[in-house]
Design a protein around this ligand. Structure first.
Ligand code: CO
Length: 210
């Protein structure tokens, strides 16, 4: 059997198991999704949103990219965010990074990755904002781990800088923003940063007439 054929076989088994335990499972989900959470995570295959949070299909709206970035020129991210906030009315947006993130580690080198440089440049900015703290750490792993945490924090702040989030905060007191980091070595998620709905940010980034 070819490797991809196993996926199709496993899918059949999964679908029939779902129906066995809950005959209405697919009928229900086919008509409606009402997730309470938007998950912005890393594309890394070791950090599957549903599996590590014990959630079922229909419970989390998911966007993943390299190093869980919130880049304001990324139409893909903005579309997902707008849809999740304004149509699905999610109550929480979670940015979940992970220790040992290849994107973050790559951004800390001077290696030329070609087209990927442009994406990594956004992570290099995080280093620049926190240069003093990062440079003061001697141990390489500790330094990388801290960069992962600060990157998550900056991406949460990038969410708060969008008119999409600010408008929902002003009118509906949601969504709450959460910055989490997943540990590849122990499977545990550590909350590292939080912005409840309505948090005041640097006035430079606050919009009028929302
Ligand atoms: Co990663």
């Amino acid at each position: 059997m070819k490797s991809y054929e196993k996926l199709l076989l496993e899918n059949k088994a999964w679908a029939s198991e779902k129906v066995d335990t809950d005959p209405e499972f697919f009928n229900r989900l086919a008509h409606l999704q009402t997730p309470e959470f938007l998950w912005i995570g890393c594309s890394d295959s070791r950090v599957p949103a549903n599996e590590i949070t014990g959630t079922q299909p229909g419970e989390i709206f998911v966007h993943r990219n390299v190093a869980n970035m919130v880049v304001h020129t990324d139409l893909n991210l903005l579309t997902v965010l707008d849809y999740a906030v304004n149509h699905l009315k999610v109550k929480h947006v979670i940015v979940c990074g992970h220790y040992g993130c290849g994107g973050v580690i790559a951004s800390m080198t001077n290696h030329n990755f070609g087209i990927i440089n442009k994406w990594l440049r956004n992570i290099k900015d995080v280093y620049r904002f926190h240069r003093e703290e990062i440079d003061s750490i001697q141990d390489e792993t500790t330094k990388r781990d801290r960069m992962v945490e600060l990157n998550v924090q900056e991406q949460v702040m990038n969410l708060a800088k969008t008119s999409i989030v600010q408008k929902a905060w002003a009118h509906e007191q949601r969504p709450h923003l959460h910055g989490w980091v997943y540990g590849l070595k122990d499977g545990l998620i550590k909350p590292v940063f939080e912005m409840p709905a309505g948090t005041h940010i640097d006035p430079l980034y606050e919009f009028d007439d929302l």
